[in-house]
Design a binder for this molecule. Sequence first.
Ligand SMILES: [Ca+2]
Ligand SMILES: [Ca+2]
Length: 288
Amino acid sequence: MKTHRCFSIFCVCGAMAIATGTGQFACNRQIETDVDGSDGGTGGYVGTDKGGSDSEGGGGTDTHANTGTNTEDGKDSDSETTKQSAELVGTLRDFTHSHVDFENGLGAEDGIVEDQLGADKKPVYAGGSGTKTTHGQAAFDQWFRDVEGVNQSTEFKIVLTPNDEGVFSYDNQAFFPIDDELLGNQGRNHNYHFTYELHTEFTYKGGELFTFTGDDDLWVFINGRLAIDIGGVHGPMSETADLDALKDVLGIEAGGTYPLDFFFAERHTVQSTFRIDTTITDLAPVVL
Ligand SMILES: [Ca+2]
Ligand SMILES: [Ca+2]
């Protein structure tokens, strides 16, 4: 089974621990809002139909993804913060709600992907003929690959900005970086239904944490092994990889330099949130 599961014994109340600097390691996964609107609860998500217009319900700001962080013009700034920020460039792929895995199924689920990253640096589907929110390997394999007639891709940069405690963060609570671009909004207030992949590397010094908080799917591989598994269609969820606790599972040793590969999917209206907090200080982009 999935050996990484055991780290739920160790880990961390993610962003909270980092943000407060308490270092109190209490739990691995923190559900910040209602997670699964499909099981009869007061769902974090509304609307399960494919197609049609969503009920955005107002309140959705039109913020683009780079707001709140440094922008390209930072090169002229004398800000120390700007100099220390980590710029990461990844690939964003836009889909429509017609794709079978988008706007089709609700619920958080682990185990959509294998624990080991594929040799081609893509996640390997582990859902067999399908899972609660996915529909087989052929459809999944399109998520992080350019497929003519299915998706359109563009380069997209995020900037992690350090705070006084040395936590590097990127926080965007209205993560809609391609509104009215690529395949368009499909009649909605925002362009939903897209994926984002980042390939980076860092040197493991000891004691680092990497936290993601958001929706929907998020998988982080460190040294090619699954370190964070927040799969499925859900409201914002948080999970922290405590590198010390996971070092044996990940096969990492202090002083070594390792890849960190990051895969995100926005699969369902009406939320799109994306936040990274990490004490890794030297995340650097890797061009494959
Ligand atoms: Ca889209
Ligand atoms: Ca969403």
